[in-house]
Design a binder for this molecule. Structure first.
Ligand code: XLS
Ligand code: NI
Ligand code: NI
Length: 424
């Protein structure tokens, strides 16, 4: 039965996104694999650090199973209106909060059965599930890194329940974002011990995935800070070092988010290049941060030149695979209407589609690739390749014997920027 929430709303308007259009031999929908994030669109109520709820929705307050089901009905109506292939959730977004583990487990099972039935009548599948281990006060000092072993236990049980639910719903990935896995002050923190616990916890997650035959990817999501002052999963490079230290580099990949890259002082394409150069790109959270305010503002993307360079790196690495483009993006708190939810997502989808087309055109044209080849052409010479197998003394002899005197050459940055501008 229709909820009526979207009555009178205008259909999503697309000028670039066309799911069936073929880009580099593949349907656009299959390249982009869009997902709606349940938390921003349906669970967040419009609060900011200075003000409370601004959205008044028929499924508020969110503490009741009947209203949780209505929220799911509305969510699936929006998935249909947007024609998105995927969605993502935290346990706390979809079920009412009961305060203790046993009751939360029951409500999670009930609501995921209900969502499973809805998925049968819908094209929208689950890109990933995750556990919210940062909102409730029990997580204030971390989840797997909490100094209290009871919190570690609660976290283990919570993640198991969310992995079970993700598996039940045919989820393609399971994500861990360590919102409070970090510290506020080193004065009360044993960082080495906390990192060891986080590594052990992630190994248990991987073991459990194999035990239940879950075929999805396990992904960690880097973010440098916020809510913690310092988060251990700082950026892609830090996460990759962490995974190697605990022997998890073949089991866990990365879910990279545009806004988190900016908070870490990187560009999104930097983070993508770090991950793809190591074969560790799993999925992306697409959004944008305000460049002036310095918070994780989670806005819908609207910068085509930036988005084009992101998809350029993704396409170059062979695409998103089992991952997708999850809109980890929310409306502004003044955008109160059902129409705003449609417009935010449709605009984001269009920006990504335009970026993808520009990226594909750059790849097909090959200009950036041939510029790279020219810049590194010296390394194709046998003498250069042999040098990498030799040692400092032999190289020194050759420098003296041949009188090697390097002649600097232009990096041609402006020409390359002009080149990109032809496509975006
Ligand atoms: C918060 C994170 C969060 C994760 C899922 O900044 O982006 O939304 O994607 O827990
Ligand atoms: Ni985020
Ligand atoms: Ni995210």
């Amino acid at each position: 039965m229709a909820t009526g929430f979207f009555d009178g709303v205008n259909a999503a308007e697309f000028h670039h996104y066309n799911p069936d259009e073929i880009v580099m031999g593949k349907r656009m929908e299959d390249h982009l694999r869009f997902a709606v994030a349940y938390w921003h669109s349906f669970a967040w109520e419009g609060q900011d650090p200075f003000g409370g709820q601004t959205f008044i929705r028929p499924w508020h307050p969110q503490d009741d199973m009947g209203r949780a089901k209505m929220k799911a009905d509305v969510a699936f109506e929006m998935f249909d209106l947007l024609n998105v292939p995927f969605f993502c959730w935290h346990d706390a977004d979809i079920r009412p909060e009961q305060g203790n583990f046993a009751d939360n487990l029951n409500t999670l099972n009930e609501i995921t059965d209900y969502i499973g039935e809805k998925m049968e009548g819908s094209k929208t599948g689950l890109l990933w599930g995750t556990a919210n281990m940062f909102s409730d006060r029990r997580w204030m000092s971390g989840a797997s890194t909490n100094p209290d072993p009871d919190v570690f236990a609660f976290a283990a049980a919570t993640v198991k329940s969310c992995m079970d639910a993700t598996h039940k719903l045919g989820g393609q990935n399971y994500v861990l974002w360590g919102g409070r896995e970090g510290y506020e002050t080193l004065l009360n923190t044993d960082m080495g011990q906390e990192l060891d616990h986080m590594g052990r916890f992630l190994s248990m997650v991987v073991d459990y995935k194999h035990k239940i035959g879950f075929e999805g990817q396990i992904l960690v999501e880097p973010k440098p800070q916020e809510p913690s002052k310092h988060q251990y999963d700082y950026d892609a490079a830090t996460c990759i070092g962490f995974l190697r230290k605990y022997g998890l580099e073949d089991e866990v990949k990365l879910n990279l988010e545009q806004g988190h890259a900016i908070l870490a002082g990187h560009s999104f394409e930097h983070e993508l290049a770090v991950a793809t150069s190591e074969g560790m790109l799993g999925s992306i959270d697409m959004n944008r941060n305000d460049y002036q305010s310095g918070w994780d503002t989670d806005q819908f993307p609207n910068n085509v030149p930036e988005v084009a360079l992101c998809y350029y790196h993704i396409l170059k690495a062979g695409g998103l695979g089992q991952g997708g483009t999850n809109f980890d993006a929310k409306l502004r708190r003044q955008s109160l209407d059902a129409q705003d939810l449609i417009d935010g997502h449709a605009g984001g989808m269009d920006v990504c589609a335009r970026g993808l087309k520009a990226a594909a055109a750059m790849i097909e044209d090959g200009g950036l690739e041939s510029a790279l080849q020219q810049r590194y052409a010296g390394w194709e010479m046998p003498v250069a390749k042999a040098m990498l197998e030799s040692d400092l003394s032999s190289i020194t002899k050759r420098v003296l014997a041949e009188g090697i005197t390097p002649e600097p050459r232009s990096g041609r940055q402006e020409a390359l920027e002009n080149y990109v501008n032809k496509f975006v």
